[in-house]
Write a protein of this length. Structure first.
Length: 203
């Protein structure tokens, strides 16, 4: 008697990964200003962030693509991998010539001009240093008002963020204002100092 081997159904194919997750460096170059280049936000085509980062690396163009851990279960097996923290966006430091070189990559929807270079760099550094600490981070809703705080103790000393209220003082949001997006990280309240208050207005 021959035993029957169950063939995978259509649903099984949707559950199985079709390829290995792409692994790429989050930062190529340094998060510093430049006299001849400007930090720019690129809006990419869907799922083209890492492809564009790889292209930028080969072109020698500085970029930052912050990532966050994501987990899925395939056939009862948990698989964790890194995905872009802000899907559809990558931060680059370029001049006009480098902008033209990136334009032919086939990955770009448009370039977003950054007027306040210092603000964006500060926000990116906050995320970069928090990522290096390996603390759990999660995407959250961007706050246009709240309490500004600074980490004054521990490995994240100097990092600045926003908390929604005194009741949530340990839930610090690291915001990218130009994108109106944010990630949240939990930090001990004793390690924080409130820098200023903003009145919350109910709409």
């Amino acid at each position: 008697m021959f035993s029957q081997v169950a063939k995978p159904g259509l649903a099984d194919f949707f559950l199985m990964p079709t390829h290995k997750p792409v692994v790429i460096s989050e930062l190529f170059g340094e998060l510093v200003p430049s006299d001849t280049q400007r930090w720019t936000v690129i809006h990419t085509k869907p799922r083209q962030e890492k492809k564009l980062a790889d292209y930028a690396t080969r072109e020698g163009i500085t970029y930052y693509l912050p990532q966050i851990e994501s987990s899925h279960v395939y056939n009862h097996r948990k698989v964790s991998f890194q995905v872009p923290m802000f899907p559809g966006y990558i931060f680059v430091r370029i001049n006009e010539t480098e902008k033209q070189r990136l334009s032919i990559s086939g990955c770009i929807v448009n370039f977003i001009r950054v007027l306040n270079q210092d603000e964006l760099l500060g926000e990116l550094r906050n995320i970069y240093h928090t990522r290096k600490s390996k603390l759990d981070m999660e995407n959250t809703v961007w706050l246009d008002q709240g309490l500004q705080v600074e980490v004054v103790k521990g490995p994240l000393k100097g990092v600045r963020g926003v908390v929604e209220s005194h009741d949530k003082i340990g839930e610090v949001q690291l915001q990218i204002n130009i994108l109106r997006q944010a990630v949240r990280v939990k930090i001990k309240p004793d390690n924080l100092k409130i820098l200023g208050e903003y009145t919350l207005v109910e709409i």
